[in-house]
Design a protein around this ligand. Structure first.
Ligand code: PLZ
Length: 439
């Protein structure tokens, strides 16, 4: 069992309004030091965490349905992870793997090669973030194919660097004013069943009429669009797209940054669709909270790049590698991938019927512990951003951290840590239900 120290907070507790006076004071400091461009979902300043709980400077303990955007799947300060980081930090903190190697980096790559979909021979290397993983899968795909083009999708999110921002579909707040963008990026419709858009045939028709397939290196696709609103493509869409790519020598890149490491009830979300990507980008929950990203792919594709063509100072730093190995061990030993399925069943049993009982809820969807609630107006389809904001605020005031998402800003996203107890999960869902009914 999880050996979280006894003093770790385990229950919701509200001592002040949210945010409390100390958080408000710190917010004023934050405003003087940090630009508004870095936004905040809930301005409480955190001092520590327990399984499924965040404690703030005012002593409030909030239920965490966000996991730092799917980054603490194995728990915040998971005991094995903390221990591994402590031990590694005491031995050495950095050499740069390209200067002098260390075994932790190799072990993380071995684990990524084993765990990612497909039993073909693979290679991996490590970077610092999701965006950097995507940057690198694109570099490798271009190198291996000798082609420049990259296809990305509506509702996709891939990061905030020049290339990954270009790949990202949503204009505001990610792209406005930040152009010019990277060249050779094409966009195609993503399957969005609730909105009836992006059926496989439509996606392929757009690809066939707008891009020269033999100039495309890769399609970069999220198996479930997270930031885009937990959009789950229609069954067969991903497999159909992958098949279309294969016939044209286009590499399939799965962005599993948000969906990876158990979130959806499989190690990786592609597995559900039985799609084996050529390249997989990972980050977030790989490091259990420490920054690390993985680039994993077919051996022949990965090995095509000349020595020195990829890398970086901090990629796979020793503490992040120790954290990653301990995170993977925690996910395994605590059965957390399975747990994500159970969480999904509990959540859907409670919320699944909301679309027929609460007028402003258009759809509740997701897979495993990745769930989205889409809010709509009276006509049942027009995105209702205001209703989303109201429910979000009510949850926050009652001590439940939930996140918003969606191209239209009208989705509430549930990404609870997979270590959350049944009691906290139920209590969080009670709060959410009350907030929904009041909306
Ligand atoms: N790919 C699928 O979800 C990051 C974004 C937070 P980094 N999602 C959270 C924000 O507002 O910037 C994400 C993702 C998918 C890539 C990324 C990028 O990962 O580690 O944030 O660079």
């Amino acid at each position: 069992m999880n050996a979280t120290p006894d003093e770790a907070p385990r229950q919701r507790r509200l001592l002040t309004e949210i945010p409390g006076p100390r958080s408000r004071e710190l917010w004023a400091r934050r405003e003087r030091a940090i630009p508004q461009g870095v936004s905040t979902t809930l301005p409480v300043f955190v001092v520590r965490a327990g399984p499924g709980i965040l404690e703030d400077v005012d002593g409030n303990r909030l239920i965490d349905f966000g996991s730092g955007i799917s980054t603490t799947n194995a728990g915040n300060s998971a005991p094995l992870v903390v221990e591994a980081i402590r031990e590694q930090a005491g031995l050495f903190t950095h050499t740069c793997f390209q200067v002098t190697p260390y075994v932790g980096y190799v072990e993380v790559c071995e684990r990524l090669n084993q765990l990612t979909p497909g039993d073909h021979e693979k290679r991996s290397f490590l970077v610092n973030s999701g965006a950097e993983a995507i940057e690198n899968v694109v570099k490798v795909a271009r190198y291996a194919t000798g082609r420049p083009g990259i296809v990305a999708f509506d509702h996709g999110f891939h990061g905030r660097t020049l290339l990954t921002m270009t790949l990202t579909g949503k204009e505001m707040p990610y792209k406005r004013g930040f152009g010019p963008f990277a060249p050779d990026v094409h966009r195609a419709p993503y399957s969005y069943p609730f909105r009836g858009t992006g059926h496989l045939a439509d996606t392929i028709a757009v690809l066939e009429t707008t891009v020269a397939a033999d100039e495309v290196a890769a399609v970069v696709v999220e198996p479930i669009a997270g930031e885009g609103g937990v959009v789950v493509p229609e069954p067969g869409w991903l497999a159909g797209l992958a098949g279309w790519c294969r016939e044209r020598g286009i590499l399939v890149v799965a962005d599993e940054v948000q969906t990876g490491f158990g979130r959806t009830g499989d190690w990786f979300a592609c597995e559900h669709e039985e799609v084996v990507p050529d390249l997989v980008a990972t980050a977030k929950s790989l490091g259990g909270g420490l920054p690390i990203g993985g680039v994993t792919g077919r051996a022949e594709v990965m090995d095509s790049v000349h020595p020195g063509g990829v890398g970086g100072t901090f990629g796979g730093n020793p503490a992040s590698c120790a954290a990653a190995l301990a995170t993977i061990r925690t996910l395994e030993s605590e059965g957390l991938v399975e747990r994500a399925r159970v969480i999904g069943e509990v959540v859907m049993a409670r919320l699944g019927k909301l679309a027929s009982t609460v007028a402003s809820v258009g759809e509740v969807r997701g897979r495993g512990a990745m769930v989205g609630i889409e809010f709509v107006g009276d006509d049942g389809i027009t995105p209702d951003r205001e209703a989303t904001g109201r429910v979000l605020r009510r949850c926050h005031e009652a001590g439940l951290l939930v996140l918003s998402a969606g191209t239209f800003g009208n989705v509430i996203r549930l990404l609870p840590p997979l270590v959350i107890s049944d009691e906290l999960l139920d209590e969080g869902l009670d709060i959410l239900e009350r907030a929904l009914v009041a909306s």
